[in-house]
Design a protein around this ligand. Structure first.
Ligand SMILES: NC(=O)c1ccc[n+]([C@@H]2O[C@H](COP(=O)([O-])OP(=O)(O)OC[C@H]3O[C@@H](n4cnc5c(N)ncnc54)[C@H](OP(=O)(O)O)[C@@H]3O)[C@@H](O)[C@H]2O)c1
Length: 277
């Protein structure tokens, strides 16, 4: 098994870290959690991670990056692609289960959490990665388009997190990571609904971080720039080689999860150095 703190300990980047248990004296009801975190042999742990949008792009790359140190529940709609990824992880000696479902369907969250518990008995991390990118000019907004995008990019991660929180709270390294976008605070013509959805999920993440602090659940956001995945369809804005690769974003997700229990990586921005955004 790969030690999960390997990458963490060798990184010297300008990442903003926040100690979770240092500083002010802990409230009495937080002390046991702090002790649990300090005593945890986290470097040898095989955490349970739910990854949404695992059937392609960033989610698939994240699954492969996390596989050596995690037990994975892979979530997306395309069952054939999930099964192929599950088999690939297993062939390499890892543990993975596939959970095919439409995240934007009403009540999608609870069965995913139940499945993770049935398969692995715990949940240590939720990676809210599934999302869609569709453009529309503000004066030609289609209501169905906006509702579909909002449901998947905003509501579904919130509802899945709500279902996961009682289980996550039992984990000494509980983490919720949501994949946002540089569009959340930039202005790209045609991206108004998408930008709004990513800004909304970042705002939710900031509030969730504060609310869930007492339960010891870390909440972080990954903010990718242009990344070479299927999300661009035939409209790649620049050559693929000038974009980030899904594996680059996956490495950032792993870095966030590998943070020692005493630290939370709250926001990581990954952009292509040779690209426009
Ligand atoms: N690529 C970029 O340049 C870029 C930049 C910034 C942020 N992002 C964000 O990165 C995340 C991953 O996107 P990607 O670039 O890796 O694109 P992708 O390859 O198209 O991945 C999207 C994933 O979401 C899943 N998905 C879509 N609708 C779903 C639904 N209703 N229910 C369940 N799963 C659903 C897809 O699987 P199924 O089709 O099998 O359901 C797929 O696995 C998204 O949140 C995106 O907004 C991407």
């Amino acid at each position: 098994m790969v030690a999960v703190n390997q990458a963490w300990s060798s990184v010297k980047g300008s990442v903003s870290l926040r100690r979770r248990c240092g500083g002010a004296a802990l409230a009495a009801d937080q002390a046991p959690l702090a002790r649990r975190r300090r005593n945890l042999p986290w470097s040898s742990m095989t955490r349970v991670v739910i990854i949404t949008g695992a059937s392609s792009g960033i989610g698939q790359a994240a699954a492969l990056a996390l596989a050596p140190s995690s037990r994975l529940l892979l979530v997306a709609r395309r069952a054939d692609r999930l099964a192929a990824l599950r088999d690939q992880v297993r062939a390499a000696g890892g543990q993975a289960e596939a959970c095919a479902c439409d995240l934007s369907a009403a009540g999608a969250g609870a069965p995913i959490i139940a499945r993770a518990l049935a398969c692995f008995g715990a949940i240590d991390a939720l990676v809210n990665n599934a999302g869609c990118y569709e453009t529309a000019a503000v004066d030609a907004l289609d209501e169905a388009h906006a509702e579909r995008l909002w449901r998947l990019n905003v509501l579904s991660p919130m509802l899945l997190a709500r279902a996961a929180i009682p289980v996550l709270a039992r984990s000494p390294t509980a983490t919720i990571i949501t994949v946002s976008s540089v569009a959340s605070d930039a202005a790209f013509a045609g991206s108004a609904v998408y930008a709004g959805s990513k800004a909304a999920i970042e705002a939710w993440s900031r509030v969730a971080r504060e609310e869930l602090r007492a339960q010891g659940i870390r909440v972080g956001v990954i903010v990718p720039g242009a990344t070479a995945t299927a999300v661009w369809g035939a409209t790649m804005p620049v050559a693929r080689e000038r974009m980030c690769q899904p594996e680059d974003v996956a490495a950032a997700i792993r870095f966030m999860l590998d943070a020692p229990p005493s630290a939370s990586v709250d926001r990581l921005v990954i952009t292509p150095p040779g690209g426009p955004f």
